[in-house]
Ligand binder design. Sequence first.
Ligand SMILES: NC(=O)C1=CN([C@@H]2O[C@H](COP(=O)(O)OP(=O)(O)OC[C@H]3O[C@@H](n4cnc5c(N)ncnc54)[C@H](O)[C@@H]3O)[C@@H](O)[C@H]2O)C=CC1
Ligand SMILES: C[C@H](O)[C@@H]1OC(=O)[C@H](O)[C@@H]1O
Length: 254
Amino acid sequence: MKLLEGKTVLVTGASTGIGRAAAVGAAKAGADVVINYHSRDADAAACVAEIEAAGQRGLAVKGDVAAPETATEFVRKAVEAFGKVDVMVSNAGICPFHSFLDMPVETVQRTMQVNLLGGYFMCQAAANQMVQQGHGGALIAVSSISALVGGEYQTHYTPTKAGLHSLMQSTAIALGRHNIRCNSVLPGTILTEINKDDLADQEKRKYMEGRIPLGRLGEAEDLAGPIVFLASDMAAYVTGAALLVDGGAFVNLQ
Ligand SMILES: NC(=O)C1=CN([C@@H]2O[C@H](COP(=O)(O)OP(=O)(O)OC[C@H]3O[C@@H](n4cnc5c(N)ncnc54)[C@H](O)[C@@H]3O)[C@@H](O)[C@H]2O)C=CC1
Ligand SMILES: C[C@H](O)[C@@H]1OC(=O)[C@H](O)[C@@H]1O
């Protein structure tokens, strides 16, 4: 039996990067997968095609996670299509690098709305559905190593990642009685579109690589296994936990 057989997994921001790798990884582990995506129709369709190629049912639902109604609509459409929601992977996020002293108000507000409030409403909508179903479930937030450390050009971003980490700790308490497990993954530096421009600076890229004991930057697929594990019954007694997936970067201070 596959790890996620019989489960319906929802993933936000899944047309690219970590979300897409998580969606395809869940399908390969036997789940039907519903993805949320913001705007790139062709990429979302390609993700659904990969889910189907893994032998599972897939569905893409367009929506901006910053709007609370996107979450209820996403869950409603998932239930309409596949009958239930077992796992919510709240992954959608943005990181427009910018210096602190002249940070535009709109950049702060948008980053908070997408990353933190978007995650909050997605998890809340999924949890309400899971409580109604009555057989538990799993919430997984894609937080970051940035929940634990700062970033000079990420003063608007790192608090959202610390917030998601904290949200999983609090919801683990609020939802434990419903057997809904709440955990976060904390990726280190993973090569995706979100940091393509930042890591185009070869000097910075080399420096980042040099800080990682495993000797390389991460790939989106490096997150698929940890997310599938936390979604699965193998993690039945894991809740309120945060799993660093960073090649050892965090512990490499000296
Ligand atoms: N790449 C990295 O080094 C790290 C990434 N993360 C987090 O991983 C998550 C995924 O990012 P990546 O895969 O790296 O980059 P990415 O840019 O490929 O993925 C972000 C996804 O979120 C979607 N998205 C953005 N705003 C949205 C909105 N308003 N509504 C719906 N979807 C929206 C984008 O369309 C995209 O598909 C983000 O939350 C990011 O903060 C965390 C730690 C490290
Ligand atoms: C986008 C950044 O490269 C990435 O985002 C995070 O959350 C990591 O800490 C990196 O800074």
